[in-house]
Design a protein around this ligand. Structure first.
Ligand SMILES: CC(C)(COP(=O)(O)OP(=O)(O)OC[C@H]1O[C@@H](n2cnc3c(N)ncnc32)[C@H](O)[C@@H]1OP(=O)(O)O)[C@@H](O)C(=O)NCCC(=O)NCCS
Length: 161
């Protein structure tokens, strides 16, 4: 059974593998690291934090004690503007609805905080992810040319509530 729950510190090492493997699946030779980051790196990024103005949170998908997917998001509470920072599902677990389950947890989080808009971006070399985001209700707002890599555009995408 797959469970979606909030990230906790003990997930950091497995989350690092999930983000490494999932991003490598489309970045291929453009991947700038050759092995997953140390757990502490993701622990700092994924640990829940909240102020009056800003909240940062991650959710994980767990199956049989193993983390198979992660989503990391933020909410600017006064601006009512959310951001989907990253999502990744282990390549061998992709295409089975895990990404959608993670998005649902993020969607509930943003709705509870009364967001009016959520933004993210997706690479032009990652058409599968663009289809995923479109199926979640995002649309393309604009395109940044040659953004993170020369010859690779970045689509800015948004979801309005
Ligand atoms: C993008 C990603 C998170 C999707 O997760 P997933 O578990 O494979 O997606 P799901 O099985 O929940 O699919 C949900 C929907 O997206 C569509 N979709 C997902 N991946 C797709 C692909 N590669 N090609 C076409 N459609 C795709 C599915 O068809 C499904 O559509 P439906 O709801 O209309 O049936 C996952 O494939 C991944 O980790 N990719 C590598 C990392 C990445 O690209 N992250 C985003 C960077 S911007």
């Amino acid at each position: 059974m797959i469970t979606i729950r909030e990230f906790n510190d003990t997930d950091a090492a497995m989350a690092s593998v999930v983000y490494f493997e999932s991003f490598r699946s489309y970045l291929k030779e453009r991947m700038e690291i050759t092995e997953p980051q140390p757990a502490e790196y993701w622990l700092k990024i994924m640990r829940h934090s909240a102020t009056d103005e800003y909240e940062n949170i991650s959710f994980v998908a767990e199956e049989d004690g193993r983390i198979i997917g992660c989503i990391s998001i933020t909410a600017a509470l006064k601006r009512r503007l959310g951001s989907l920072q990253r999502i990744g599902v282990l390549p061998e677990c992709a295409g089975k609805g895990v990404g959608k389950m993670l998005f649902k947890a993020a969607d509930e989080f943003w709705r509870k905080r009364n967001m009016r808009k959520v933004s993210s971006c997706v690479s032009s070399i990652n058409p599968g992810a663009l289809k995923f985001y479109t199926s979640c209700g995002f649309h393309v707002e604009g395109t940044l040319k040659d953004h993170f890599f020369e010859g690779v555009d970045e689509h800015q995408i948004a979801l309005f509530y």
